[in-house]
Design a protein around this ligand. Structure first.
Ligand SMILES: Nc1nc2c(c(=O)[nH]1)N[C@H]1C(S)=C(S)[C@@H](COP(=O)(O)O)O[C@H]1N2
Ligand SMILES: [Mo]
Length: 256
């Protein structure tokens, strides 16, 4: 992952930047970066465009062996129903309490936005779809990393089942705490981008995002949104409010 970035010769890098300026002018590519309206964030856009121009779209994050699995701390929200947690959301927190008590039998994933068939999925629906299991390293912006096995349905399969529009640009994830985030279509359709319901061979534990979390393996840990309740396919970069990466003061794109 990181070694790819290091191996880019300086000249290629500079040429890449020139080309990315061209992309910015042309607009309407499937990798249009968000408009932050903030000068400080221009560096983030440059990182984003440089990655998207120079790194292969479908390069895979490294996958590990079963024996590499380590213990993974549960970070950030560990129970959206707990009003003492920093990112507690009163409305969705209450709903989560009920769903957790019922072992998620009443939980539904909502998919809406630029899709021909907006709809809802039960956990059983998702488990019946094509599945992918991968052992990957989670890298948190706080400086730790850990390896786990994740099982879930590729996001691409869910988007295709809903008739995703071809000109869609972003996919948003809304959770049962205050967090919301989005990825571009390259990450959304990437084969390792999954909606995970399993971890290390068991159902996803509450602290790790039950019943469903995102795994975006080529970006830092905070992009892997836990406790997902709703997915929105969007043509424009949405303002995801205080719980979104921009509102929280974090970079939207944190590719590794
Ligand atoms: N909904 C939600 N998703 C979240 C978070 C959170 O607090 N709430 N924390 C993020 C951060 S910073 C990290 S490092 C990972 C932690 O995942 P883990 O608890 O399984 O280790 O989840 C990410 N996704
Ligand atoms: Mo993190």
């Amino acid at each position: 992952m990181t070694d790819k970035r290091i191996s880019i010769p300086r000249r290629t890098f500079i040429r890449g930047m020139g080309a990315s300026a061209g992309v910015a002018v042309a607009g309407c590519s499937k990798t249009d970066p968000p408009t932050y309206g903030n000068l400080l964030r221009m560096g983030d856009n440059l990182t984003y465009k440089t990655h998207r121009l120079l790194l292969p779209e479908h390069s895979l994050a490294r996958e590990y062996d079963y024996s590499d699995i380590s213990s993974v701390p549960a970070i950030g929200t560990t129970n959206p129903a707990d009003s003492n947690q920093l990112l507690f959301n009163p409305e969705h927190g209450q709903a989560y309490e009920h769903l957790l008590a019922g072992a998620f039998a009443d939980w539904r994933l909502t998919v809406e936005g630029n899709v021909a068939k907006p709809g809802t999925f039960t956990l059983a629906d998702l488990k019946r779809m094509t599945s992918r299991t991968q052992i990957t390293r989670h890298t948190c912006e706080e400086g730790w990393s850990a390896i786990a096995q994740w099982t879930g349905v590729p996001l691409r399969a869910v988007l295709e089942a809903c008739g995703m529009q071809q000109d869609a640009k972003f996919v948003e994830f809304h959770s049962y705490d205050a967090i919301a985030d989005s990825v571009d279509m390259i990450d959304a359709l990437h084969p390792q981008t999954i909606l995970a319901y399993g971890m290390n061979g068991r159902d996803l534990p509450t602290g790790h995002g039950a019943p469903l979390r995102l795994r975006v393996e080529r970006q830092l840990g905070y992009k892997s949104v836990k406790f997902i309740r709703k997915i929105v396919v969007a043509n424009d970069f949405g303002d995801l409010g205080k719980g979104g990466p921009i509102g929280a003061g974090w970079a939207w794109y944190v590719g590794m």
